[in-house]
Design a protein around this ligand. Sequence first.
Ligand SMILES: Nc1ncnc2c1ncn2[C@@H]1O[C@H](COP(=O)(O)OP(=O)(O)O)[C@@H](O)[C@H]1O
Ligand SMILES: CC(C)(COP(=O)(O)O)[C@@H](O)C(=O)NCCC(=O)O
Ligand SMILES: [K+]
Length: 259
Amino acid sequence: MLLAIDCGNTNTVFSIWDGDRFLCTLRTSTHHSRTADAYFTWFSTLINHYGIKPDIEDVVVSSTVPRVVWNLRVFADRFFGCRPLVVGKPDCLLPTPPRVDQGAVPGPDRLANAVAAFERYGGDCMVVDFGTATNIDVVAHDGAYIGGVIAPGVNLSLEALHQGAAALPHVDVTQPDKVIGTNTVDCIQSGIFWGYVGLVQGLVQKVKDEYGLPMKVIGTGGLAPLFEQGAHLYDEIDHDLTMHGLVSIYEYNKEQGNI
Ligand SMILES: Nc1ncnc2c1ncn2[C@@H]1O[C@H](COP(=O)(O)OP(=O)(O)O)[C@@H](O)[C@H]1O
Ligand SMILES: CC(C)(COP(=O)(O)O)[C@@H](O)C(=O)NCCC(=O)O
Ligand SMILES: [K+]
C-alpha cells in the first residue's frame, strides 16, 4: 500500500491508498519540528482507532514547507523501510513537465493538482485551491502546469485584519445573510466572504480571457465548499484532488522504473 502525505502550510494530511481507493485520511497541523517518532505515534494511534492494518510499502510526499521533509524522510525510512518519493525534487518524474520560467519552482501541491486535474477532468482547465494561500493552477491541453495565481488565503486575511486593526476581533468564515453588515462581525464576514467570491470570480474570468479557450474550473482545499454556497464558482469540487495527484505521480514513477 501507498502512504500519500500532503503537507500544506497549515495542515498535513496522510492518506492510505490501497491501489483502488483511499482507506483513510488523517489530518494534523503542520510543524517543522515534529519528529519522525511523533508522526508515527500519532499515525499508529489513529489507524488503530479506525481498525486499519495497512501494509505500507511506499511513501509519496508533497510539501509546501521544505523543513518538514527531513523528518518525513526519517519517518518513511524508520517505520516503513522505504525512501519516499518527494514531488518537486529532481529525481521525481512528472507525466508532463511544467512550462514556466527557467529556474521557477512551482509548489509541489500545484504540480500534483495539475496531474490529477488533467487525469480526472482533461486538459485546458484550472484548479482553484483554497489552502493557506488561495491559488489558481492552470493546466494546458497536454496536462502541463503552466502557472497561475497566488493570493493570500482566507484565514490569513482574517488573521491580518485582526492583527492590524485594534478594534477588529477574530471571526470565523461563514456566508453572511447580507452584504451590508450592521455590526462589526457581520461587516468582516461580508468583506471576507463576498470579497473572496469576487476575487475568485474575477480571477477565473481573467485567466479564461487570457488563455483564450474554454476551461473547466475545479475547486479544492479546505474552504472550497463554503465558497460554493455563495456563488457558482467552479464546475467541479474535488476534495481529494492533491492526494489523487500524488498517487498518479507515484504510479507514473513506478511505470517508468524510477522507483
Ligand atoms: N471546514 C473548514 N472550516 C473552516 N476552516 C477550514 C476548514 N477546513 C480548513 N479550514 C482552514 O482553511 C485553511 C486551509 O486549509 P488547508 O486546505 O488544510 O490548507 P493547507 O493545505 O495550506 O495546509 C486553514 O487555515 C484551515 O484552518
Ligand atoms: C502557493 C503555495 C504557498 C500554496 O501552499 P498551501 O496554501 O497549500 O500551503 C505553495 O504552492 C508554494 O509555496 N508554492 C511555491 C511558489 C509557486 O508555486 O510558484
Ligand atoms: K493552496
